[in-house]
Design a protein around this ligand. Sequence first.
Ligand code: ZN
Ligand code: MN
Length: 491
Amino acid sequence: MADLPYRIVIGLEVHVQLLTQTKLFCGCSTRFGQPPNSATCPVCLGLPGALPVMNRRAFDLAVKAALALNCRIASFTKWDRKNYYYPDLPKNYQISQYDLPFSSDGHLDIQTPEGTKRIGIIRAHLEEDAGKLLHEEGGSGKDSLVDLNRTGTPLLEIVSQPELSAPEEAKAYLEELRLLLKALEISDCEMQEGSLRCDANVNIHVPHADGVAATPIVEVKNLNSFRAVERAIKFEANRQYGQFQSDGKKLGDRGVSKATAGWDDVRGVTVVQRRKEEASDYRYFPDPDLVPIEVDSAWIAEVRALLGELPAAQRTRLQSQYALSAYDTEVITRQGRPFVAYFEELARGCGDAAEAKNWLTNEILQTLNDRKSDVRAFPQPADAIAELIREAKATGLNKQRARDVYAHMVSEGGTAKEVIKKLGFTPVTDEGQLRDIVRRAMAANAKAVTDFKNGKVKAADAIKGAVMRETKGMARTEMVQQILLEELQRA
Ligand code: ZN
Ligand code: MN
């Protein structure tokens, strides 16, 4: 972005749904796709007299995420009511955390073309989700329906410092965050299902006569894909530049306040909607129905012990331990921990990390994508595929035949040895037998032999082709090559 006449400043607010069985303050199920309003109870419906009780598992998951984001965990934290009216919020307030969030001051390292960049995390706090309004399915088209299944689902809100300076960096931040939260099984981070939602605070710094001017901050909402995040930021920065050129309004000027905008993905534009509320508009106050939480160091240590190897550390280790490229490491780690475990088992089992990587990132990943499935549901364990790799190498089975064996193993079952036998893929390795076949092929392709003798090296391909046909591809290419060359020189 070096060629732009301004610098973009981006801060991201990410909401992720925690992978709990039940809601944050009641026992209702959080499963996606249940019939509308079936997963509700007096607590999440906000009926008078119903009392919330905190879900301990949600708090543990949130602490786990905060620790992975290098945050400081507060020893004392509490719940606050954020008061506002909206049809998807039956209580007329959201239980959130205001001035004493459970965690703060963390960071996340992202990869940029210039290298690793550290992005500060201001805070991460817990809150409950609101319901969902459906505007399209009202029959007449004029009705709005409300589904309160999502009401009370635990959300972790992660607020970054405004330290991202390009749309690509915003995307990289989200990708790294998703990788981390998925690896730790904190959230499944499905933007399509709304379990990861992102708002971007954007403004630009423009050099001008008296130094640098910062434009008013706009919070862009409704970003429901990584691509939308990138496009929206790019568009909004450019829009602010045009606006600044025409009105010269700066952050801090009288009457200038933060605004919110929606992103119209079809038209590819941001639409500024309204002045942004200030915290004081929400009349926050501590929730009298919930007790504050005291977190002791033993609790933190207990959660920290469950973190395991984080993606960044894992990438570094895989790269050096298995001599993989940065790209390959990225492809493997991006698939999550079970996939990495499968890779390591496969690499150990076949004794060839490069081959293990090839099979995994080509064939196996393809199979998983075709089946829309996970490596945990893959029908062949790593040692069975390791055997295939070893057998293919030992018997000189070519790649295409090895792929056939693989496909058979995956769809019909069986070990590599069994399938090789069953498909008749027993390789021709006897030198005398192969030499006879080569001689016969030369006799049948006399013209090719003459052409070769006259310097047309390519002519040998026709003979080689005949040998491969005769052996049904079961001869080792290097061996055919070697024998053919000897025989041609002798002819
Ligand atoms: Zn409930
Ligand atoms: Mn929030």
